[in-house]
Design a binder for this molecule. Structure first.
Ligand code: ATP
Ligand code: PRP
Ligand code: NIO
Length: 497
């Protein structure tokens, strides 16, 4: 089926108010202090791997780019901000500041990891460098977009891992999604992460995702008689019919589907498939396959749905289920077992007030893993002799990199991985905006999807497994590790015994 070109400009006109109030109060404060143009560097990253998995799939960059390109405060936005009042009834933001916001145009540098890339905890997916006020203002929207997209793309990749590469995965989640926007975003991310199609028609129009579907139980109920319902559906879609066979008795439903399929075949049409939506899907699919094959319908597909997710799919496969198309809704679009990715956006460097260099900043935490990483970071992915990811190193691009680098595990500094100088690598953060202007072309959604599949398949199976996956090594370049340790020691209050 040909798909029309996707619409662009999802976030036009500007959605500048997709932010938390505190971003705007800080912006006002920076402007008042004359700090608005101090150059700053922020990193967006998550710490804990979603779904206790071994990898995540980066997603959302194209949406973030769309939002950034359209970013400006409209007259309506400014009128609303002008109407906000403080506790004593005074305007929260003075007119001069609103005028400043009116002329504000996005002018940051953005580097990002391509959508569909496999990523791990602590790695900046995005690096923003630019005027402090602006770079700070982007935090909430960037996190909203990247957190959700990455979460759902990762869930979809896991479901794809369970089904294997040749089965079909249909995303059926819209009705159970967190609202229209949640459903639309989830359909995009699910496709990027490995789903083949969606039932969500708006996502088909917006993003060019193939749309697919079967029919509901209500269709059968409306006819009362299953055979009549199937025949009527076949009349409407003689070459695109999938019959839902479990409204009354599943195996009887399969026999009726075959009876209608024979009539269809006599008229030169083939039944596309049947759908199972309840009961023991392993048993019923095996039985259905046997009956279909026996009747000569070996190409008729078996679609299954009913609260499916990667563990159930894995179990069904192990039980010899003969399902070749998986309809997955609730568990995928809501990321049911982990409904949020905890990505953060942290300030890592600030130009000195006298412009004589950088101050690298750090946020301390009781938990060592939560202490931020200072610097202007790049992620270098070292590859093994087969071109597969071996280990990732975060390093500060503003410091010299020695010829012989060593990766230090920030959770346990005694764990070190020396890197031979000839080891092949890729730099994952690539320019997307330079001073607010786009750099290069973004891949299409279908290209990012293909990239995701190559990336996940390029990982060692020990990292891809669901149960206690092997932890992929991600560490700090030794010099950066030492510098960070020194900053922590300088900042941490010393308490005597
Ligand atoms: N053979 C199986 N092994 C493991 N899990 C299965 C198997 N068959 C179905 N499931 C899953 O078990 C869960 C519950 O299935 P069950 O048949 O009880 O569904 P249900 O929704 O309660 O049934 P119904 O739709 O008839 O009310 C679903 O997530 C389903 O995908
Ligand atoms: O189970 P999920 O993974 O969320 O997949 C979507 C579900 O939505 C439909 O059920 P619903 O009962 O809403 O309608 P139906 O009459 O079409 O089955 C469909 O039959 C699936 O079971
Ligand atoms: O087309 C289907 O079979 C479908 C669509 C949405 C939800 N459940 C099933």
């Amino acid at each position: 089926m040909m798909n029309p070109a996707p619409l662009s400009g999802l976030y036009a006109p500007s959605l500048a108010l997709v932010t938390d109030l505190y971003q705007l109060t800080m912006a006002y404060g920076y402007w008042q202090q004359g700090m608005q143009d101090r150059e700053a560097v922020f990193h967006l990253y998550f710490r804990k791997m979603p779904f206790k998995g071994g990898y995540a799939v980066a997603a959302g960059l194209a949406l973030a780019v769309d939002w950034l390109e359209n970013l400006q405060f409209t007259d309506e936005d400014l009128a609303y901000l002008g109407s906000l009042q403080g506790r004593k009834g005074e305007p929260m933001f003075p007119a001069a500041f609103l005028d400043y916001l009116r002329q504000l145009r996005f002018s940051c540098d953005v580097e990002a990891i391509a959508e569909g890339s496999v990523v791990f905890g602590n790695e900046p997916l995005l690096r923003v460098r630019g005027p402090l006020l602006q770079a700070q203002l982007l935090e909430t929207a960037l996190l909203t977009i990247i957190n959700f997209q990455t979460l759902i793309a990762t869930k979809a990749a896991r479901i794809r891992e369970a089904t294997g590469p040749t089965d079909q995965v249909l995303e059926f989640g819209l009705r159970r999604a967190q609202g229209f926007d949640g459903g639309l975003g989830a359909s995009r991310a699910a496709y990027l992460g490995g789903a083949d199609a969606t039932s969500n028609v708006l996502a088909g129009q917006r993003y060019g995702i193939p749309v697919r579907g079967t029919h509901a139980h209500s269709w059968v109920q409306a006819f009362g008689d299953e055979r009549a319902a199937f025949a009527a559906y076949a009349q409407a879609f003689p070459d695109d019919s999938v019959f839902l066979v479990d409204t009354y008795d599943t195996l009887e439903g399969v026999r009726l589907a075959i009876s209608v399929a024979r009539d269809m075949r006599a008229r030169g049409h083939e039944l596309g498939g049947i759908r199972l939506d309840s009961g023991d899907l392993a048993y019923l699919s095996r039985e259905a396959r046997a009956v279909l094959d026996e009747a000569g319908f070996t190409q008729t597909r078996i679609v299954a749905s009913n609260d499916l997710e990667e563990n159930v799919i894995t179990s069904l496969k192990q039980q010899g289920a003969r399902i070749d198309t998986w309809g997955v809704g609730t568990q995928l679009v809501t990321a049911y077992d982990q409904p949020a990715l905890g990505g953060v956006y942290k300030l890592a460097a600030l130009r000195k007030a006298d412009d004589s260099g950088w101050d690298f900043t750090i946020k301390l935490s009781e938990q060592a893993a939560k202490t931020s990483i200072p610097g202007i970071l790049q992620v270098r992915r070292y590859l093994n002799e087969y071109g597969r990811p071996r280990a990732d190193m975060l390093y500060n691009t503003a410091a010299d990199l020695p010829a012989h680098t060593t990766i230090v595990d920030p959770a346990d500094a005694t764990r070190r991985l020396p890197i031979r100088p000839e080891t092949a690598y890729r730099e994952l953060l690539q320019p997307v905006f330079s001073r607010g202007q786009r750099v290069g072309q973004l891949p299409t959604l279908a290209e990012s999807r293909a990239h995701a599949q190559r990336e996940v398949q390029g990982l060692d199976p020990s990292i891809r497994r669901f149960l206690n996956p092997h932890i992929y090594p991600v560490g700090l370049e030794a010099g950066l590790h030492e510098y960070r340790t020194q900053l922590i020691l300088e900042r941490r209050p010393v308490r005597g015994a």
